[in-house]
Design a protein around this ligand. Sequence first.
Ligand code: BES
Ligand code: ZN
Ligand code: ZN
Length: 493
Amino acid sequence: MQFSLSRALPLELKTPCLILPLWSDEPLSGIAAAFDENLDGLLLDITQNDGFKAALGETRVVHAGGQNAPRMVMLGLGKRESFSLDRFRKALVKGARAVRTLKKSDFALALPATETQALPFLIQGAAEAIELGLMQFNDFKKGEHFAVESATILLPESADESEAQTAIERARALSQANARARQLVNTPSNLKSPRTIAQSAREIGESSGVRVEVWDENRIKEERMGALWAVGMGSDEPPRFIVMDYAPPGTENDAPVALVGKGMSFDTGGYSIKTSTGMEEMKDDMAGAAAVIAAMGALRDLGVKRRVLGVVASAENMVSGNAQRPGDIVTARDGTTIEVLNTDAEGRLILADALAWTGEQNPSLIVDFATLTGAIGIALGQEGAGLFCNDDELAGGLERAGIATGEKIWRFPLWEEYDDYMKGTVSDLKNIGPERRAGSITAAVFLRHFVPKNVPWAHLDIAAVAHVRDARLLTERGATGFGVRLILEFLRA
Ligand code: BES
Ligand code: ZN
Ligand code: ZN
């Protein structure tokens, strides 16, 4: 999407289509009133007599013959008092999709007059909503795919143009990172493996000033990552361990913020095999890794000044003569022995080694991203991710970032009573709890075992939000890139 800013008066701007935002609880004012006058009261007529209420995201196309904008999309923002950046983004996605339905490749957007949001936030929100809401994954679909190509944002007179431009650049970096994560997740698993994921990390690192190191299966074994190795050994595609190091000048020896991602390029469940429907979407089992890799690639563009380490454990969970069996006992990097009672609880195994290694790097904090449990969808549905955290300040920071970006997260308890659930009988730990209840919590409790006690750590279970079956507000069907904007907001310079 090409964005431009214009200081033209709204009535004078020539554009194939103009999006005109309207409040549901106020009469037409400002730009809308000016257009209404030009159109002999047509807009007012529509609000009074044609059932257009300007509810949040409601759209109505107006054929405005003879105007500089021959098509207008009236876009409802809902009530002024309920206005928020999140609601604005949601409404704008509807507006942008209406433009696409009209097959207009260019459009212009008038911004609502509001005191509650500073202009740069409105502009950034608008640009993100337009980019994210229109992004479609059509790589494998023949035929023509109509795409909206450019948007002009109309600046109010008082606007500071360089601030507005910065907001657009920021939105662009965030949307691009989100798009990269989506692309990696949407790629089917016949075209994706731990090796291709590592290759993507290398390419993204190279183009964004991030050092990337990749360990192959031999190194993984030498480094005593017995859990990652055991999960990976059932596949013809060998596992990989990926480290991305972003260190702006002068921070090379700082304690890094560490991001850790689960990177299963496919999860059949292994011998504890999934049902066929349960397996349908398991190409998305590397969405945590995708979020980490994509976020790492945006740090320099966003001017992040801290050192950030991105760590990904990647494997493919298959069945074969080499695959692990239920009841196998493996030894993780930190020496913990784990009885693998269920080979489908493989994410926590590969993360055990990744977290143990990350803990050795003296991190200032750790945030991991993982499509870890089906149970998180039972708890929260598709509306948000589960947050599990041993530190209130870190939890608060992530929650605030999630509110800012519209990526909802909800904190679960990690009461010490749960610790017993994962204790082993013939080993230190077992990889599943005694029952299905509290499945997302027990998984998190398992992970916590591998994190040094004094390090603030958060685990985001994104299993239910990494991928959506039907178009949602900020995403079309498919991968969502959940977590990318959230963590970049958290790391905001
Ligand atoms: N990758 C799955 C979790 C998942 C489920 C992701 C649904 C996306 C959608 C994970 O490896 C898994 O299979 N977890 C098991 C754990 C169980 C065996 C304790 C689960 O949730 O059923
Ligand atoms: Zn699994
Ligand atoms: Zn999995």
